[in-house]
Design a binder for this molecule. Sequence first.
Ligand code: ADP
Ligand code: MG
Length: 401
Amino acid sequence: MTTTEPMVEFDDISKVYRGGNVAVEHVTLTIDRGDFVCLIGTSGSGKTTTMRMINRMLEPTGGTLRFDGKDIHSYDAVQLRRKIGYVIQNIGLMPHMTIYENITLVPKLLKWPEEKRREKAQELIKLVELPAAFLDRYPAELSGGQQQRIGVVRALAANQDLILMDEPFGALDPITREALQELVKSLQEKLGKTVVFVTHDMDEALKLATKIVVMDGGHIIQTASPAELLRHPATQFVRDLIGEERLVQAQADITTVGAIMLRDPVSITPGRSLQDAIALMRKRRVDTLLVTDDDGHLKGFIDIESLDNNYRRSTSVSDILNPKIFYVHESALLRDTVDRILKRGLKYVPVVDSANRLRGIVTRAALVDLIYDTIWGETDKPPADDAATVNATPADPTKGV
Ligand code: ADP
Ligand code: MG
């Protein structure tokens, strides 16, 4: 759906109000056809100003702004506005007009015949999953969420390719808000619309956007896809806006188990004696040993308790080997494994390659390191447990991922 055909181009745009109040400065931004652009930033950072210059509700005081390749001043302001849908928080609907009249306001201004307008309204109300009978109601007879659905519908009614939305869901409860986010995203994709959406909610931006524009003090701080933004936040301001929790999660989203595992875990082969096992445990100061065959294939583990209990009766590691062991593959994403590791209360988990050969272990300590690295960078790690020490028995061992 997304092509690289520019629809709106900001070229060094500024907006200075009378009295010298600088709302927006040096904004350079390309919005491609099919983009879902989210402008995000703190209050007063210039999001609304940036958006309103697109349909000439506000005039830039510097720079060039192009729509469909032509300077916006080559369009008649009213004509331009009608080419562009606009959804705002609350104020959307005219209270004295029916839902039908509200939806077909712009088509009427565009002088569509009555029959075509009626058809369009019927089609759109179905699209947003509201009963056709609502067309004859007044806005006050609908819930907040339903009204905002109509607000979205109205922006689609005149077949405008570009839709501007200024914090449209800010006043809605979380469930209604989520439903409307999904609606807007699916309509945007299905109908191939281009959307510019102002929000101060990072979750909303990450969920909806193909391109996120972070603003602060009238400047663009970073323009990036959601994935890029999470991976490489440009400044501390962007990091703060994203928040620690999401950064940690994002790090886990792209990091494999193999990337953080500790290599060279303490292991023993099944044919070795229990004396050897005990000596190895003492030397490496661990209370479990992973057991591998001569080719390094993971066979299970032994622990100090079974050694104690069976010392008299057994002679070799294979006699007390516990083959039930939870393990993970080195190519697995941490995202998919962290939860399981933490939920099982394991202090470490063995990591195997595609041939089931033991490659390393992932310890809780390594996970803690990862989290601190993500938040504070490589230095200033708090003291962690000795990461090389394997000091717990895998609980509830079952086959791994
Ligand atoms: P946002 O939408 O990010 O909250 P705005 O674009 O509304 O921010 O405002 C950006 C800056 O421009 C703010 O400092 C605001 O006070 C200022 N501003 C907005 N409208 C006007 C105006 N009509 N006159 C003077 N300053 C304005
Ligand atoms: Mg605003």
